[in-house]
Design a protein. Structure first.
Length: 296
């Protein structure tokens, strides 16, 4: 059974997060809303050494531990979620801070969001950020990590690396990945009613805005349809009250069939991106993720 805190938050999420995205009109209003400031919270800037640079018109933050003897050669490239329409949040920065505490460099590219930007702008930006990251980090000690939309984007980015003559990272850590923007898996309907956070109606509107008129099934939008052989080992984190559960299970199966290494961490009763949320289930998952990063 989910913890009491998780059950209480689920009620709040259903009202504040899911309800506005349950209609096409509500979703479109949400998509058009002004974006939040992606600036790291003050406490993160105080705890870590943070530098900001502009890459092709977009921001990228580098987060380093303050107490270090030399430049770390291990790194995390972290891509935040938010359905491609919402900016990075304080919960993301908590996980990023914990990752930096392990003694690694965390690169946080702030990719452009819909409706002003589409996926077509994201990949060139991310390829450049990764190239620059490799000037400081060993790819054999580098992880691509992300949550929700960011997890799907991290997977798609990993699939494009061979075409850019870029080395693959050591591992992918994907939290509640949005791996198929078509939302066409028939099993989603069975999960939708118990998901307190996400609505397929709103997600489809966000997907169309991010795609900019392109086919939602193309691999750069829906990496579950991309090449799954030859990827780094993958850690998947998903709750059973998450509409992305059916596609995450399917992704696990497809990667396994392709000969890849994948581990599915499925938390009974947990909701979307639970490892980012201050609940007991999230604390356990964060500890596991941090342990993976620490072991690079």
């Amino acid at each position: 059974m989910p913890s009491l805190v998780a059950r209480m938050l689920a009620v709040a999420f259903r009202v504040a997060r899911k309800r506005p995205m349950e209609t096409v009109e509500g979703a479109r209003e949400r998509i058009e809303e002004a974006k939040d400031d992606p600036e790291p919270p003050h406490w993160v800037a105080k705890r870590h050494e943070i530098t900001l640079r502009e890459v092709g018109g977009f921001r990228s933050y580098t987060v380093l531990p303050r107490e270090r003897e030399d430049e770390p050669d291990k790194a995390v490239l972290y891509l935040h979620g938010g359905s491609y329409i919402s900016e990075i949040s304080p919960w993301h920065w908590v996980l990023i801070s914990r990752m930096a505490d392990t003694g690694c460099r965390v690169e946080v590219p702030v990719y452009g969001l819909a409706p002003e930007h589409t996926y077509r702008e994201a990949f060139g930006f991310l390829h450049t950020v990764y190239r620059e990251l490799l000037e400081h980090a060993d790819p054999g000690r580098t992880v691509f990590a992300g949550d929700s939309a960011g997890a799907g984007l991290a997977l798609a980015l990993a699939q494009t690396l061979p075409g850019e003559d870029l080395p693959r990272p050591a591992r992918l850590i994907l939290v509640s990945p949005w791996a198929d923007l078509t939302m066409s898996n028939p099993d989603i309907a069975e999960v939708e009613g118990r998901d307190p956070w996400l609505s397929p109606v709103g997600l489809r509107e966000a997907a169309k805005a991010w795609a900019g008129g392109d086919d939602l099934s193309v691999p750069r939008l829906s990496p579950i349809n991309g090449r799954l052989a030859g990827l780094p080992p993958i850690d998947l984190y998903i709750g059973t009250r998450d509409v992305f559960l059916p596609d995450t299970r399917r992704l696990r199966d497809l990667v396994t069939e392709a000969g890849g290494e994948v581990e599915l961490h499925e938390e009974a009763g947990a909701f979307h991106v639970y490892p980012l949320v201050p609940v007991p289930e999230g604390s356990r998952a964060r500890a596991a993720i941090i342990g993976t990063v620490q072991g690079l």
